[in-house]
Design a protein. Structure first.
Length: 263
C-alpha cells in the first residue's frame, strides 16, 4: 500500500487530522535536508512535501521563490532530490511527496521520472502548473507501473463545476488551495472558503487537505469539521530559516501544531 494512503487510513481510524509540511530540497544543504526529513519523521509529521527547485515557480510566493532560487544556486536539481529521498528511505518510512513543475519532469523524461520515483520511494507528486486536461501523458505511466506515486490533485475556489471531474479518480488526497494567489500569503482565505471546502468534501472519496497561507493550527480551527488535515509551507521555511534550522525548534513546531490540530 502507498505510504500516503496507509498513513491517512491510520489517522482516520484514530479520528485525527493530518499535518503536512513543505520544505525545499537542498536547504540549507543536502546533508541537512536529509536530517530535517528524519527530524520531522521522529517528531510525528504525517506527510512531507519536498519542493524540487525550479527557476520560475509560478504558484509560489516570495518565501518559496527565494528558497527555490537559493537552492538552485547551491546546485540542487531533480537527480539530487531523488538521491535525497533514496538516502532517507534506509531508515525513514514517512510518506514523501515531490512538489515540482512539469518542465522539470519533461526534461528528465516522463517515463524515466515515474520509474525513478518508484525506485527511490517517492509516494506522491504535486504539479501545480499541470491542468487536469493535460495529465494524460504522465497518467499513462503512473497507471502502467506498479507502486507508482500518486498524482495529488489541486483544486481552488474557482474550480467550481470542475471539482467532481478533477477528484473523480484521484488518489492520496485532494489539495485544496484556500486562497486566491500564491503560496505564503497571510491567512486571508477566500471569502467563501467554507462552502468551497464543503463542496470538495461532498464529492471526494479521499481525504481533503487545506493549504496556502496557514501558519498555525488556529488558522484552520473553523474548518476542522470539514477538512482531514492541512499543509504548511512558507511559514515552516521561515521558521527554519530564522532559527538556523535548529532541530529542537523544528520538533517543537511539529509536536505543538499536531497537538493543537487534534485537540
Amino acid at each position: 500500500m502507498n505510504r500516503i494512503e496507509k498513513r491517512l487510513n491510520e489517522l482516520k481510524r484514530e479520528n485525527k487530522k493530518a499535518f503536512i509540511t513543505y520544505m525545499t530540497a537542498g536547504l540549507p544543504d543536502m546533508k541537512r535536508s536529509s536530517e530535517i526529513i528524519k527530524i520531522q519523521y521522529e517528531s510525528g509529521i504525517d506527510i512531507i512535501e519536498i519542493g524540487v527547485p525550479f527557476s520560475d515557480p509560478i504558484a509560489d510566493g516570495p518565501v518559496i521563490q527565494d528558497a527555490s532560487y537559493r537552492s538552485i544556486q547551491k546546485g540542487t536539481n531533480l537527480k539530487k532530490a531523488f538521491d535525497l529521498v533514496s538516502g532517507v528511505r534506509k531508515d525513514c518510512e514517512v510518506p514523501i511527496i515531490f512538489m515540482l513543475y512539469y518542465n522539470t519532469i519533461l526534461y528528465y523524461g516522463v517515463e524515466n521520472f515515474v520509474k525513478k520515483s518508484i525506485e527511490c520511494g517517492v509516494d506522491g507528486i504535486i504539479i501545480p502548473d499541470l491542468p487536469y486536461e493535460e495529465t494524460f501523458e504522465i497518467n499513462e505511466f503512473l497507471e502502467r507501473y506498479e507502486d507508482a506515486p500518486y498524482l495529488i490533485p489541486l483544486v481552488s475556489p474557482v474550480s467550481k463545476e470542475r471539482i467532481p471531474m478533477i477528484v473523480e479518480n484521484a488518489k492520496g488526497f485532494v489539495y485544496c488551495v484556500s486562497s486566491m494567489g500564491v503560496t505564503g500569503q497571510n491567512s486571508d482565505f477566500h471569502k467563501d472558503v467554507i462552502n468551497y471546502l464543503k463542496s470538495v468534501k461532498e464529492v471526494s472519496k479521499i481525504p481533503v487537505m487545506m493549504g496556502f497561507g496557514i501558519k498555525n493550527a488556529e488558522d484552520v480551527e473553523g474548518f476542522k469539521d470539514i477538512i482531514d488535515g492541512c499543509i504548511v509551507g512558507s511559514n515552516f521555511i521561515n521558521l527554519m530559516e530564522s532559527n538556523n534550522y535548529d532541530s529542537n525548534t523544528i520538533k517543537q513546531y511539529i509536536t505543538t501544531f499536531k497537538e493543537q490540530l487534534n485537540k
